[in-house]
Design a protein around this ligand. Structure first.
Ligand code: NAD
Length: 394
């Protein structure tokens, strides 16, 4: 068990002024853009000032006006936005890319080339070649590149990481992650046809569920344990209404140090919503966490009662104290995790703007390397499944 005294911790540095944020995608009728914007606002470190919010110019204009953006900062395409914002003395510091997967790379490249930092949604993109190209461009431009694997920004996900790093579990023996949803069980009934790009390989990529939510589970497993995924054996299934790609995948994992694990994911698992769960068994104890009850972390040793750790003042480490904005007993949730993500990205960009050193001791947001790891995971899973579940290097 961790120390039960209140830890000494370094707070995030204060920011002199809010950073300026632009949004590509996220217009009226879309899903994740609004969640990004809410997280940014809650962090109080960002001001949303510009947007090219839809692939449809009329909808872009209507969305920008609905979000009360200034008329001259509502754009009808990302290229015009990147050019105009880079030319303004008060131009955006970072752009959020909340568009379908196949558009992430060209949009990211436009902003990176102009020295604008990027916050890109997951999966990073649909192919390793494109992902490597982004990594090259990042080396040339030096921009900060975050990827929004948001669940790792829950305070108690950070607690898992701290407890493992502190040796609370001893050697990690096995890791199990799962992510179940049910919205693709009967797509035609669930309004799934409103998101057709996810099921079109030209837009969503070669995988549906493994790319869409399996990547979250894969990221969380490595983030929490600190272990890199080295190989996998995947079996894809379509158990819901007919669709061109898998809605379910069972994947055996092998992490560095030969640590075994499993990843199960489905978007056709009746009765589930956003059931992301991780169990990590060490030689000394278990840690177990579910994102639908993000304030609770279970800790258990063999032969002893399970202990429920709650996000609170005592028993939680430095990361929790730095991130929490409500006292114990006032529940925090997914918006807080997004806000944590935006706080840490702001800390990094603000330090860069002021010419101060990076703060890896304070921030742990997912970056381009995490985005690349997600693309490698999907590619390996697709190849393994096609080869009858053959073990495949990641
Ligand atoms: P969506 O279909 O609901 O919305 C996409 C929006 O992007 C639409 O408004 C569309 O008009 C716009 N768009 C498309 N091309 C554009 C372009 N070139 N320029 C400007 N706008 C453009 O999709 P969504 O569910 O919001 O998903 C968007 C991205 O976010 C995907 O990559 C998805 O995987 C990811 N996502 C991440 C999470 C998470 O938890 N981090 C959750 C959901 C979705």
């Amino acid at each position: 068990m961790p120390d039960t005294t209140f830890p000494v911790f370094t707070p995030f540095p204060q920011q002199r002024e809010r950073l300026k944020l632009g949004l590509v995608g996220g217009g009226i009728g879309s899903f994740i853009g609004e969640i990004h914007a809410t997280g940014a606002r809650l962090s109080d470190r960002w001001e949303l000032v510009a947007g090219a919010m839809s692939s449809d110019p009329e909808r872009s204009l209507a969305s920008g006006r609905a979000w009360r953006l200034a008329e001259d900062r509502i754009y009808t395409n990302h290229e015009a936005m990147a050019e105009a914002e880079a030319a303004r003395p008060d131009g955006i510091d970072a752009v959020v890319i909340a568009t379908p997967n196949h558009t992430h790379v060209p949009i990211a490249r436009s902003f990176m080339r102009r020295g604008i930092h990027v916050i890109c949604d997951k999966p990073l993109c649909n192919s390793l070649a494109e992902a490597d190209g982004l990594a090259d461009l990042q080396r040339q431009t030096g921009v900060i590149f975050a990827v929004s694997y948001c669940y790792a920004s829950h305070a108690m996900a950070r607690q898992i990481r701290e407890m493992i790093a502190a040796g609370e579990l001893g050697r990690i023996c096995q890791v199990h992650v799962e992510y179940f949803q049910d919205w693709a069980l009967a797509l035609e009934e669930a309004g799934g046809s409103a998101k057709p790009w996810r099921l079109d390989p030209a837009h969503g990529g070669q995988s549906f569920t493994t790319a869409d939510i399996g990547t979250h589970a894969c990221h969380l497993a490595s983030f929490a344990t600190g272990l890199k995924l080295e190989a996998l054996s995947a079996s894809f299934h379509t158990v819901g209404s007919p669709k061109p790609m898998e809605d379910t995948a069972f994947i055996q994992l092998r992490f560095e140090g030969d640590v075994p694990g499993t990843l199960m994911t489905s978007q056709a698992a009746a009765g589930t919503h956003c059931d992301l769960r991780i169990r990590i068994f060490g030689e000394k104890a278990l840690l177990e966490w579910r994102q639908e009850q993000p304030e609770i972390l279970w800790f258990a040793k063999p032969g002893a009662p399970k202990i429920m750790l709650t996000r609170g003042d005592q028993g939680c480490g430095e990361a929790v104290h730095r991130l929490k904005r409500l006292r114990a007993g006032f529940p925090e949730g997914l918006n807080d995790a997004w806000s944590n993500l935006y706080t840490e990205i702001a800390v990094a960009i603000d330090a860069r703007k002021r010419g101060e050193p990076d703060r890896p001791d304070l921030v742990a947001f997912p970056d381009l390397e995490d985005g690349l790891a997600g693309v490698r995971f999907v590619e390996a899973a697709v190849r393994s499944n096609a080869a009858g579940g053959e073990w495949t290097a990641v």
